[in-house]
Design a protein. Structure first.
Length: 222
């Protein structure tokens, strides 16, 4: 078999032998995958990963030695390997710790393992893997921690006049960012930012960007 058609190599690490067997059966029935190692704890997972150079490491969060610790170490040593946690834990602390450790996916053992090959194939191609309910919690945490530039306004006419991008540019101006700073943050050219600013000024019927910022602050309390 040529290197181009080499199966995706998966390392399975789980201290529950029946779970390892179930995962192995789910993947060995699909010719896209090969099992390069099947181990029972974090230390073995790290050793096997360094030895076998898997494409994907499928780790249990709460195996002996900690799957999270294994994820940290494997991510540091093998940055190209994809790391997916497969666990019974839907605890927020485990979820966010796994993401901080470098996990590309977080799957629950309640999933139908018949769908595992398709999920891991997507991860191998660069996608993230996570149940919808966990994605919602990640978004909630992100929104709760990030500054919310666009605040509710008492007079909706201001918001109704501007596109979402124009709102974003105006909000950043109001928080003291320069044209070049906004361009870097939004991955736009300086000229594109100036076009948005000119559009904001025109739509709000004010004389210049300073007046637009003043109006924004007046309406939003920013």
């Amino acid at each position: 078999m040529s290197s181009q058609t080499r199966p995706i190599q998966v390392l399975i690490a789980d201290d529950h032998a029946p779970s390892r067997d179930d995962i192995r059966r789910a993947l060995e029935g699909d010719d896209r995958f090969g099992i390069c190692a099947s181990v029972a704890d974090a230390a073995e997972a790290i050793q096997a990963a360094v030895r076998e150079l898997p494409d994907i490491c499928l780790l249990d969060v709460r195996m002996p030695g900690s799957g999270l610790a294994a994820a940290w170490e494997i991510a540091a040593r093998l940055p190209k390997a994809k790391i997916v946690m497969l666990t019974v834990s839907d605890d927020d602390d485990d979820l966010f710790a796994a993401l901080r450790a470098g996990a590309d996916g977080y799957l629950l053992k309640t999933m139908n393992l018949r769908g595992l090959p398709a999920v891991l194939d997507e991860v191998h191609s660069g996608a993230a893997a996570m149940p919808g309910e966990l994605v919602a919690r990640v978004l909630e945490r992100f929104r709760g921690r990030e500054p919310r530039w666009r605040r509710p306004v008492a007079d909706d006419s201001l918001g109704a006049r501007l596109t979402s991008r124009e709102w974003e540019v105006l909000a950043l101006l109001a928080h003291g960012m320069s044209t070049s700073g906004i361009a870097r943050k939004l991955v736009l050219s300086n000229s594109a930012v100036r076009v948005h600013i000119a559009s904001v000024v025109r739509k709000l019927g004010v004389c210049d960007r300073t007046a637009a910022i003043d109006l924004f602050r007046e309406r939003t309390g920013a």
